[in-house]
Design a protein around this ligand. Sequence first.
Ligand code: PBG
Length: 328
Amino acid sequence: MTTDFLFRRPRRNRKTEAIRAMVEETRVTVNDLIFPLFLIEGSNKKTEVASMPGIFRLSVDLMLKEIEECLKLGIRAFDVFPAVEDSYKDKTATRSYDSSFFYLKALREIKAKFPEACIITDVAMDPYSSDGHDGLVKDGKILNDETLEILGKMALAQAETGIDMVGPSDMMDGRVRYLRDVLDKNGFSEVSIMSYTAKYASGFYNPFRDALDSAPKFGDKKTYQMNPANRSEALIEAQLDTEEGADFLMVKPALAYLDVIRLLKDNSVLPIAAYNVSGEYAMVKAAAQKGWLDGDRIMKETLLSIKRAGADVILTYFAKEFAMTQRT
Ligand code: PBG
């Protein structure tokens, strides 16, 4: 058999570990990761989210310890979400901008203790809303412009705690511009906006809604979150968020939307974030618990795929676990 024609042999670049490492095109590091955290009221409280093994709702004292451990592992960015008791919820999400509410108090404590950590907050009504929707509900409809006012108060109250970035996850039209305006007018021009730009109406959020007990009380989120079938619409949202003053554009979920991550990366000069959401975490954990997949390998391959698709930063519940595997 003659193999003279085989003068190109790509396998040469795979022949040793040293060469493979040299030609490696994508690397995930702890600098790329944002760790979402779930906060509950009280002290010394820690409850596991049933559908997210290894992920806990924490009271602020334990969250401070968690952040300290993560910082030692090199994780420096955290997105804090509040799990709010039903008795605090109302139609207008009043607690979301009540400075004595446990979420805002905790943010203040976290920033005071770890000024070097990048703390990101969530701007949307759902954790505080008795309707379980991201916006204000009237006659079964989600009102856009009326919601903006509430989001503005919420973002301002969060900014006052000293946090670094707000993350509007509500998908109301015009909210980036509105929030930028409110923040700037109140002396918070340094607070960044990580906009949930292309947030899809996805089945992958269920474990998160369990964690926060924030599922919509009626209907779905399809009049504000995007149709999973759409790509061009992601470009419209990206263009608007950019014009409106966003500092980061986010795609969410990540895995079923890798093409959208790439699309935004190729069409924007802003850093692209991707949210490796709760359902994506749950799938890997469930399969690993059954022994069907190697959880550690799948975690790394998953994060790599999101980075390779074009994400500059990844919000992931794997952040701490990944960082632990990087220790030498
Ligand atoms: C809602 C919000 C959701 C997530 C983050 N912010 C859920 C939703 O839109 O219902 C989901 C995150 C995840 O699934 O990990 N403002």
